[in-house]
Design a protein around this ligand. Sequence first.
Ligand SMILES: Nc1ncnc2c1ncn2[C@@H]1O[C@H](COP(=O)(O)OP(=O)(O)OP(=O)(O)O)[C@@H](O)[C@H]1O
Length: 266
Amino acid sequence: MIDAAELGRVFRVRRQVVHAVRDLSFHVAPGEFVACLGPNGAGKSTTIKMLTGILAPTSGRIRVDGLDPARRRTALARRIGVVFGQRTTLWWDLPLRDSLELNRLLYKVDRKVFRDRLDELCVLLDLGGFLTTPVRQLSLGQRMRGDIAAALLHDPAVLVLDEPTIGLDVVSKAEVRDFLRRRNAEHGTTVLLTTHDLGDVERLCRRVLLIDHGSLAFDGTLDGLRALVPGRTSIEDVVADLYLSSRGSPRTPPRRPVRGETSGTA
Ligand SMILES: Nc1ncnc2c1ncn2[C@@H]1O[C@H](COP(=O)(O)OP(=O)(O)OP(=O)(O)O)[C@@H](O)[C@H]1O
């Protein structure tokens, strides 16, 4: 479903060359729910931007559902849903319902199909109480649920989530996670999630990709990730140690994650 082969992206800033992503190869099978982790500046957003066609790679190759995202952005838009937790894709001054209706027109979703999908999403995401509220008046939790609905109304095969629970309270987080878990299980939607919230990862993902300085440092299960730092059981501690180790200032003796520890399928 997602195939990256020796993917790279370089930025040139004045005289400096920044290797945001380098030589990144991974495969995500249909129906998998995969977390993409890494410290700030590791290259996660750049990877997502290449995967969604916002940025073109400077080297290597990426395919999403068989399409080259940078060249087939319109075709890909019909097969992929994207949620940026820090930025809404909804129309700020319109009621949520109108914003969703505009998405229907953009994605050319049949009216009846749209109504059925919206009815289902209204129940599952509890949108009913604020469908007529302008997006700018929604709470963060309501806005996030609206954004998730907008990303799914065209029933994409792949859902890319960039920090979808950022800023949410514990109850809203639990609701969003529960919805995403069900969506993956019941619709078989392939999900790639980037997050700094390890609760998201523990509750949703069996497979983790760890990006470090733009490269793939680990690809495997959560248990495999834990095993990289003996003596630590909490995933927060494990990840903190790995991130510190990548900076060269470990809390425990340095231990770089082993590349190529694969989980197989989730
Ligand atoms: N448009 C750009 N121009 C120049 N450098 C960039 C650009 N976008 C990203 N970078 C650089 O590429 C590197 C990777 O950035 P990226 O945003 O992909 O990291 P990230 O893993 O998503 O970080 P965070 O967790 O903080 O969001 C950083 O060094 C960043 O400064």
